[in-house]
Design a protein around this ligand. Structure first.
Ligand code: UD1
Length: 422
């Protein structure tokens, strides 16, 4: 398995292009299942999670044509052959569950394995199931698979979510586009990826209002058509690279970045003494003094501080002046990067969903283990600041969500290289 070797202490200067959002692409791709006509996605990130979703859709008979090295994808669900999402693919990635809503909506049936994905908590599917049942589906769990049917089709309903789950909101939103009548999702997730999905579905002919707020109203239509849609900028990749110059000095402009995608995160950076300026091309970031200041962070659903930037923020706070408290409210078991950061000299104490980080003057390079997607990139960031060499092992997690990380960072001056595994 490949590893990434970083030698710390090199200041970063220049521009980093930010890719299309992984989490948006992973819900836009299954939206193709709703229509017989082709869906063309542009600005698709080149990631292994996208390959996994491609394999899953192809296993259902979807034709996926990649162009421009994978940046453009044309998906056609004209000749589907299956409505079963097999365990062998689903176990690799939780987002595979996003085929459930569209399959039920157009084919009135779906068999979907319960998902795997990052080891960051239980991540059940009860919210998805309860919501689709309110729309007339019958769902049973047998042999690790959800067997879902909606004879006569899904019906519009009032669908209150007990928690603003991103995936459940996406599944219901897609399902409701072809349901009979009106669906109102209450306590809907408000993430930019949901707004992006709603825009794409609308381009396909869906009738949707209220995306980006807690109440989304969908008027079902008989069928959806063809569309072309650009994937929104990846706010998590954006936030990750915004942090890079804070670790080792310099000034980095993240191309394609927009403040409204990272407002809560940028507010914390400001408190920590990091300047974020909007430019014509993106966001420019620079540390004001020579060391960030401690700040407390609580992860929350959007527009709050994203859980997917918690590990990276923790890495920064390891080097801050003072003590910070990080509270993880979205996932249990999402501090697996803490023991690895401690191996690099960080002072972190984890108790339940709370981590206390006492800033230290410096980190030291060490061999470390990537345990999940965001944890792995937090170790690379820490490596940018650490004295000596940091080797991040098991980087397959990284490749799920960051395209060409070593190329993007070395282009702005980092000393970083991928070492192929044996
Ligand atoms: C999505 C993102 C992921 C991000 C997360 C939270 C994708 C592909 N992934 O994941 O990167 O970290 O949002 O912003 O978009 N839950 C239940 N029952 C359910 C569904 C969820 O209890 O039926 C719980 C989960 O265990 C978790 C919390 O709700 O504790 C948030 O999950 P959810 O918002 O659904 O996240 P995902 O859509 O899986």
């Amino acid at each position: 398995m490949d590893s990434i070797v970083v030698t710390g202490g090199k200041p970063l200067n220049g521009q980093i292009p930010i890719a299309g959002a992984k989490n948006a692409a992973l819900t836009l791709m299954p939206a193709t299942l709703l229509s017989e006509e082709p869906l063309t996605l542009t600005n698709v990130p080149r990631l292994s999670d996208i390959k996994t979703m491609t394999a899953l859709l192809e296993s259902l008979g979807v034709e996926v044509t990649s162009m421009q090295g994978g940046k453009v994808q044309v998906l056609s669900s004209h000749d589907m052959t299956s409505t079963t999402a097999d365990y062998e693919i689903v176990r690799k990635m939780r987002a595979s569950n996003l085929v459930l809503g569209p399959l039920l909506a157009r084919h009135h049936k779906a068999v979907v394995s319960l998902p795997g994905g990052c080891a960051i908590g239980a991540r059940p599917m009860d919210i998805h199931i309860d919501a689709l049942e309110l729309m007339g589906a019958t769902i049973e769990l047998r042999d690790g698979y959800l067997h879902a049917t909606a004879s006569g089709g899904l019906k519009g309903a009032r669908v209150p979510l007990r928690f603003a789950s991103v995936g459940a909101t996406e599944n219901v939103l897609m399902a409701a586009t072809l349901a009979k009548g009106t669906t109102v999702i209450e306590n809907a997730a408000r993430e930019p990826e949901i707004v992006d999905l709603a825009r794409c579905l609308r381009a396909m002919g869906a009738q949707i209002a209220g995306e980006g707020t807690s109440t989304i109203e969908i008027q079902g239509v008989d069928k959806l058509g063809a569309a072309t849609h650009p994937v929104v900028t990846d706010r998590i990749e954006l936030g990750t690279y915004m942090l890079a110059p804070v670790f080792c000095g310099g000034e980095v402009e993240c191309l394609g970045g927009r403040m409204e995608l990272v407002t809560a995160f940028a507010e914390k950076l400001d408190l920590a003494g990091v300047d974020v300026a909007e430019t014509e091309a993106g966001l420019k970031v620079k540390l004001r003094g020579d060391r960030p200041r401690a700040v407390d962070v609580i992860t929350e659903p959007f527009p709050g501080f994203p859980t997917d930037l918690q590990a990276q923020m923790m890495a920064m706070l390891c080097l801050a002046d003072g003590t910070s408290v990080l509270e993880e409210k979205i996932f249990e078991n999402r501090f697996m990067h803490a023991p690895e950061l401690i191996r690099m000299g960080a002072d972190i104490e984890v108790q339940g969903g709370q981590a206390t980080v006492r800033g230290v003057d410096r980190l030291k390079g060490a061999p470390v283990m990537a345990t999940d997607l965001r944890a792995s990139v937090s170790l690379i960031l820490a490596g940018l600041a650490a004295e000596g060499e940091t080797t991040v092992n098991r980087v397959y997690h990284l490749d799920r969500g960051y395209e060409h990380v070593e190329e993007k960072l070395s282009a702005v001056g980092a000393q970083i290289a991928r070492v192929p595994g044996v």
